[in-house]
Design a binder for this molecule. Structure first.
Ligand SMILES: *Cc1c(COP(=O)(O)O)cnc(C)c1O
Length: 451
């Protein structure tokens, strides 16, 4: 018997332990189906998917090309292990990613989640220094950034810096050198960028002999609240890592796959990292798939006789899963067929127009954007930038209002994230931004006017 919506609601609250959710006050939103950039819930409500189903959907839901590719793959085989074995779809995907990524980022280690790709990258960098031409096994430490997010496993929370998520796990985490990252909002971007690069250089000058890698979210700190770096910072970080012989791990789980306007975020500043991590949008947001893509230099350090035991002893059961690979191949096909990247400048500009209006709102502190990633930060006081008390959950209230008006979005505290699928239409952009403007009015002004 098909469960009723009430049953699903009750079972969801009781049996499913949701991520990052206080289950005691969780109110289910149950999606039954989707079409393009819209989600349809069990009540038949249509909602614009304003955050790409957690930043991962690229070409819209139920895209015929991607659906067909998965179905075709299902007609062959659903799963083949990656451990000493392969399948034709995953092989072709690896070759295609190698060709698409800059320079000699040619060797693809597949995993299932963003966090596991970062774990692999962290281990790859560590073991590299034991096995490279001039081994430096004392390089065992990392540089990470304040508020950076790389996933929720023990290794990734160690290099990450979101204290409010991780404070309780501190005793389990390994120590890293943690530095602040410049925020493009500060009045003098140039000075701030130089100042932060100087801090990085000081740390590298002092500790480079013990540092294996710098781990960075290029251009935008996602989970931190879409904090955007000033132009030139990423380039500067790359130059310094090269100067001090430290590897660079670029976590493009959020910014990769076209989000910034180029296929990879690093391309915005002509940067080639040593290891590039992809996730979220890699399969079009369809199926779990992530990758750590390494340069030939790193790959070579792992080659040798069997007895030399230089291989990476790491693997995930579903790494390189052929169904996910088929979805990823089709995602790349659609980028070509629909000329997705060429459509973006007009959409990016349209979002910018809306943001410039939103930025003037008395309770908007800042409306910022990098390509197809946008954020509207709510504040108590537009002039001073004073925040609302976090317990009042203004961000959440704005999203609740939006939900009642046909838009699904998820906030990061009081930061409203706008990150629709790249396939979003101009009309949907207009609707989204108009609903958000009304929601901000509703939540902030109605209260302010109360006695
Ligand atoms: C989402 C995210 C991750 C973690 O990916 P999961 O698939 O959730 O494990 C890592 N890094 C960044 C930048 C992310 O946005």
């Amino acid at each position: 018997m098909t469960p009723t919506s009430q049953q699903l609601h009750d079972w969801d609250k009781h049996y499913v332990w949701h991520a990052f959710t206080q289950m005691a006050c969780y109110e289910p939103l149950i999606i039954e189906s989707a079409e393009g950039c819209e989600l349809i819930d069990t009540e038949g409500r249509r909602l614009i998917d304003g955050v790409s189903s957690m930043w991962c959907n690229v070409h819209g839901h139920r895209h015929p090309t991607i659906d067909a590719a998965i179905q075709t793959q299902l007609g062959k085989v659903a799963h083949v292990t990656n451990l000493g074995c392969s399948n034709s779809t995953t092989i072709q995907l690896a070759k295609r990613l190698a060709e698409l990524t800059p320079a000699d980022l040619d060797h693809v280690f597949f995993c299932s989640d963003g966090a596991s790709a970062l774990e692999v990258a962290i281990k790859l960098a560590f073991q590299y220094w034991h096995q490279c031409k001039n081994p430096k096994p004392q390089k065992t430490s990392y540089i990470g950034f304040e508020d950076a997010y790389h996933g929720d496993t023990i290794g990734t929370i160690s290099v990450g810096g979101v204290d409010r998520f991780n404070a309780v796990f501190q005793p389990l985490m390994f120590p890293v050198h943690r530095l602040p990252i410049p925020d493009r909002r500060v009045p003098n971007k140039e000075t701030s960028c130089q100042h932060h690069l100087q801090m990085l250089e000081e740390t590298l000058a002092k500790h480079h002999e013990s540092i294996a890698a710098v781990v960075i979210e290029p251009l935008v700190l996602g989970a931190a609240g879409m904090i955007m770096q000033p132009a030139g910072y990423l380039r500067g970080v790359r130059d310094l890592t090269q100067k001090y012989d430290v590897l660079m791990i670029a976590d493009e789980v959020a910014v990769g796959m076209g989000r910034t306007g180029t296929m990879f975020g690093c391309q915005q500043e002509d940067v080639v990292p040593d290891i590039l991590c992809l996730g979220k949008g890699l399969s079009g947001g369809y199926l779990p798939m992530s990758a750590a893509i390494a340069t030939t230099e790193i790959w070579n350090a792992y080659l040798g006789d069997f007895a030399a035991a230089k291989q990476l002893c790491h693997g995930h059961t579903f790494g390189g899963n052929p169904l996910s690979a088929a979805a990823a191949m089709a995602t790349l096909d659609v980028f070509e067929q629909e000329d997705t990247l060429a459509q973006l400048p007009a959409k990016i500009q349209r979002i910018a127009q809306h943001l410039s209006r939103l930025a003037e709102h008395p309770h908007v502190g800042d409306a910022r954007q990098y390509g197809m990633i946008a954020a509207v930060e709510l504040v108590k006081n537009h002039e001073t930038g004073e925040h609302f008390p976090w317990t009042e959950r203004h961000g959440h209230q704005v999203c609740q209002y939006a939900l009642q008006h046909g838009l699904w979005i998820r906030p990061l505290g009081d930061v409203i994230v706008i990150m629709p699928p790249l396939a979003v239409s101009m009309e949907q952009i207009d609707t989204m931004c108009e609903v958000i403007a009304r929601a901000v009015d509703h939540v902030t002004l109605s209260k302010a006017s109360r006695p």
